[in-house]
Design a protein around this ligand. Sequence first.
Ligand code: ATP
Length: 306
Amino acid sequence: LMQLSVPLNFIGFIYREIRQGLTDIEQMFALLDVKQEVVDQPQARPLAVSHGAVEFRDVHFSYDPARPILKGVSFEVPAGKTIAIVGPSGAGKSTISRLLFRFYDIQSGSVLIDGQDIRDVTQESLRAAIGMVPQDTVLFNDTIAYNIRYGRTDASDEEVKKAAELAQIGAFIDRLPDGYKAMVGERGLKLSGGEKQRVAIARTILKAPPILMLDEATSALDTHTEQEIQAALDLVSRGRTTIVIAHRLSTVIGADEIIVLKDGRIAERGTHLALLRKEGLYASMWARQREASEAEERLRIARESD
Ligand code: ATP
């Protein structure tokens, strides 16, 4: 029995270490099977965030040398502002979020936060400065309170509750028979995509990072859910430098700048109105999206009147 219990303890230890070491974002990338190829430089310093300005300067990147993904991408997100990245599938939008976290090193150019090249800082301090609301949040098989508190493990019950309310999931939790003690995840209550995203927003509210990276769900949400999520996102991004991989019109309308990525290059950039006036790629993307959502709406009304 002794012989068996040692390795079991050891596995338990490793498991706890891994679980503690994971941040919400790392979970996601771990699931995407990202290799750990990036290492801290021997002289790496902690990132010193003064305002939280982000800059991509002529970034060239490929996962595989034969196939360039980003071909000279430059943009700035001034402190506290929001930029939305849009573009066709495969354009390289999620790649930009992976590079900001430095899950890969770029081939040339630089990624800077408050003027510091992210290759010169420790990965731990870099990832601590960025909050991520992924498309599909992974929930632990634990209570909903545990899942929210994950954003900052020393948060009090009161703070967890407040974050849930701000993230527009508080009323939903209050209606559960076990409230904040309700078990969620694979072996508990299954949450919808929109509910999971609000749990991720609540986590991020607790973490209170200076920089925020949002990856909107591509799946259609009903109008009410979309409005609730939008309200929660507006709140969490207020005063924070925010980069959104945007799929919804409601998000891009409010962005300070929209970047239209196509084949690894910035094809168009500007505000929503300026881009609509341009009648280019962006304008046609939204015309298509509007037609699709109007068709859906007509279908819904037809179904309701049946
Ligand atoms: P979507 O809107 O569909 O999510 P995207 O614009 O976010 O697309 P990315 O995920 O950034 O696109 O991918 C850009 C390109 O890089 C795609 O062609 C994809 O196949 C490729 N790619 C993504 N991840 C890897 C990887 N780990 N290894 C090799 N190629 C990859």
